[in-house]
Write a protein that binds this ligand. Structure first.
Ligand code: PMP
Ligand code: GLN
Length: 411
């Protein structure tokens, strides 16, 4: 590899998807629903597929019908008129939006603050831009006896403040967070926003789980805080919004001067996204735009649907000896597996970190796959993830029951 890319290693996804193919466990690893998306969404794709005019290239920065729908939705949510041509870019998944946001702004030597645990691609993307990641971990507050919530994990304010300096270019925020499920509060976001404004720092806000928030928590878009629109790029994903992860369609929105930089990276690497998927997603958005306040709106019903699954998983993990951290948002649950340590043959695996050994052993010997959270920490803090496993709960009830049965039988 050229020097900039030296040291790149296959990610946890590459490794664990292969592991699942090889051992065929019950897969609660990679995050995707194991049941179909809403019917009107797949019907939209059928309708598009049979339209002879929707199978050629579309506009590079975003299919017109889709950027219109996105502008309409986010103008309402952000409380300002968003220009569909200049202030939105559609991308190949949220991955490409992240890549364009990072490489479109980070110069050699620029520092980028990353909050741990973080979605793992942030770090290599910053390094590919020759930026310097500066990590800060969310740490648990002491909570006696009660079940841990993702809300118990907080930033040390002085530590965060100490990371901001003249070299700081950007902070990457992810709310609701993957893998922890933390939904940042207004107070936390205000603190971050004030630091961004004080030090003239860009905020890259990964909000792919914006609709997956459990009551009574609320998703707050940092771009809506005073003085933040000007310095925020917000990222979303059709995969998460409509439960179609295989569609790999994402987007970014923000002020035109910042979005121009993303558009250039996109233009000169990918140029344009695929037409039928963008058209079908536009149709899906148009439908939801007519019923945003209704409980039938998928943006509202999805978390209502997922809440019992979250409860069920929290319960069976607790009952089988794990210590789960109940997420406020997203569809993952982290749990401390170390109370079960004596039942695991950790020495049969050779990985450096115990969560990798635990999850590999579980996949092979017990038939249940989870993801090792140390993958979501920078090298210096990987120990903080080692005692945990991440399980995904956007699965059919019968498969969650099967996971519970597997663990009951094993423990
Ligand atoms: N950000 C986060 C926090 C994610 O969990 C994911 C997972 N897919 C992505 C970005 C990437 O989304 P996409 O599949 O749309 O590329
Ligand atoms: N976002 C999903 C997860 O965290 C998928 C990640 C991926 O496929 N790279 O599991």
């Amino acid at each position: 590899l050229p020097k900039t890319y030296e040291g790149s290693q296959p990610s946890v996804w590459v490794e664990y998807i292969q592991l699942a193919l090889d051992h065929k466990p019950l897969n609660l690893g990679q995050g995707f629903p194991d049941y179909p998306p809403p019917k009107y969404v797949t019907d939209a794709l059928i309708e598009v597929a049979s339209n002879r005019n929707l199978h050629q290239y579309t506009r590079g920065f975003g299919h017109p019908r889709l950027v219109q729908a996105l502008a309409k939705l986010y103008s309402q949510l952000i409380g300002r008129t968003i220009n569909p041509q200049k202030e939105i870019l559609t991308t190949l998944g949220a991955y490409e939006a992240l890549y364009a946001a990072i490489t479109g702004h980070v110069d050699a030597g620029d520092e980028v603050i990353i909050i741990e645990p973080f979605f793992d691609c942030y770090e290599p993307m910053v390094r590919y831009a020759r930026g310097v990641p500066r990590f800060i971990a969310l740490k648990p507050k002491l909570t006696e006896g009660k079940r841990l919530s993702s809300g118990d994990f907080v930033l040390d304010k002085a530590e965060l403040e100490g990371l901001f300096n003249k070299k700081t270019k950007a902070i990457i925020l992810n709310t609701p967070n993957n893998p922890l499920g933390k939904v940042f509060t207004l107070e936390e976001l205000t603190f971050i926003a004030d630091l961004c404004k004080k030090h003239n720092v860009l905020c890259i806000s990964d909000e792919v789980y914006e609709w997956l928030v459990y009551k009574p928590y609320q998703h707050i878009r940092i771009a809506t805080l005073p003085g933040m629109w000007e310095r925020t790029i917000t990222i979303g994903s059709a995969g998460k919004t409509f439960s179609v992860t295989g569609w790999k369609l994402g987007w970014a929105y923000g002020p035109a001067n910042l979005m121009f930089n993303l558009q250039m990276i996109h233009q000169n690497s990918v140029y344009t996204g695929n037409t039928p998927i963008q058209e079908a997603t536009a149709i899906a958005f148009e439908k939801e735009l007519t019923r945003l306040d209704s409980s039938e709106c998928y943006f509202n019903s999805i978390s209502t649907e997922l809440e019992p699954k979250r409860e069920f998983m929290g319960k069976f993990l607790q009952e089988t000896g794990f210590k789960p951290i109940i997420p406020e948002g997203g569809y993952f649950m982290m749990a401390d597996w170390t109370p079960l340590k004596s039942q695991v043959d950790l020495d049969s695996e050779t990985d450096k970190y115990a969560d990798y050994r635990f999850t590999k052993w579980m996949t092979k010997k017990v038939g249940l796959q989870g993801i090792p959270p140390s993958a979501f920490y920078g090298e210096e803090h990987k120990k903080l993830g080692e005692n945990f496993v991440r399980y995904c709960f956007i699965k059919e009830d019968k498969n969650l029951q099967a996971a519970a049965d597997i663990l009951q039988k094993w423990k």
